[in-house]
Design a protein around this ligand. Sequence first.
Ligand code: FES
Ligand SMILES: [Fe+2]
Length: 415
Amino acid sequence: MVFDRRVHVTSPAFSFENGAELEDVLAPVRNAAGTAGAQLPFVPSMTHRVLAHIENRGLDLADDVLMTPTDVFTSAERFAADRQMMQRTPHVVAWGGEIAEPGDYTTKDVMGTPVLLLRDKDCNARAFVNVCAHRGAQVASGCGRATRFTCPYHAWSYDTNGRLASLPSRHMFDGVDLSELGLRPLPVSEQAGLIVVALDPSVSVDGFLDDAEDLDSFGFDQYAHAQSAELHLRANWKLAVDVNFEGYHFPFLHKDTLAPIVTNNSVFDTFGMHCRWAFPFRNIEELRKIPEQDWPERFSGSVVYGIFPSCIVVESPVSTLMLRVYPGESPGTCVVHMVGGSLHPMKNDDDRLLAQAGFDGATAVLRDEDFPAAEACQRGAENGLENIILGRAEPLVQHLHREWDSAVERLKPSA
Ligand code: FES
Ligand SMILES: [Fe+2]
């Protein structure tokens, strides 16, 4: 297991008492964001849909109820099939802004594979397996700027094309064609400002996000890494994704945290395999008094993208968070990589404080409320519950399970 050295979950107890803390954070941003004419393209229609739901006490619903057998969370065969499916699927792993400039690099764990991402001198994103050709140690860690990557073990050194550029005591390797050695490249592309990679060299990453309209309006190529954390859960990876895509639980699980400031008058859209869910802050109703062209550029609430198979991008007016959820070592475990970002390169302490507040708030709710619920459901699945029942107010959880099931079927290795 590779541990991210940047891990530092910094929030102690987090509370939204009377919504005061979040409001304090939001106020300056709301004002700053209230630029006429700069709205993200989907904001007006999304806002109108939500305001109509508030008026009717409604939300976007699924057509029907879906029963899903719990062995998708517990069976060894399904677990193996999930892993195979995810090995054959592209993954969004970073914001393009994490490697904004030529020479920038960052490292990621993708389903247990150490991956090095970098931007080469021609400004192209490159991805390599972060494994030294000598004896396998990781040649880079964390993030930064570099033109060479020198393995900490015996100092074999690689250039930004992944080629082995130098090594100590070269004559000790007589007979080995060193010119053939280097870091193994992975399929990579940049779409909508997001870095997409695949672990299997035969998988095409092109066009992976073509269906996900509006994703490119966020400017992910400008987003900066602020901080990150890695959580190991005793829950199947799908349960850890599911908790992010319905608000039916808001008044109960988040009674004292989210519920005072948001409502479940939510809307959803699907984009092929991908999806988007959005729910409003309670004070979105104040926009009724303001002409549409003066609405803030960002939706007054949370916009949550589900990028197949298990990347979750959470956008609010003040914060941005990327979660990547991967299977753990058994059906009942998973790993969640959480990265908190800044909507633009961080220049001063205010930028850093804002990024930290957004990250601390979101991660505290997930860590202390949502993910324990996922673990509780895993215990249920392992102790006699045969089906989960996804009601009409859980439409995107239904969508996620349908898409996972069909991808597992489609990408099964031929016998
Ligand atoms: S393992 Fe990298 S130089 Fe030896
Ligand atoms: Fe939740």
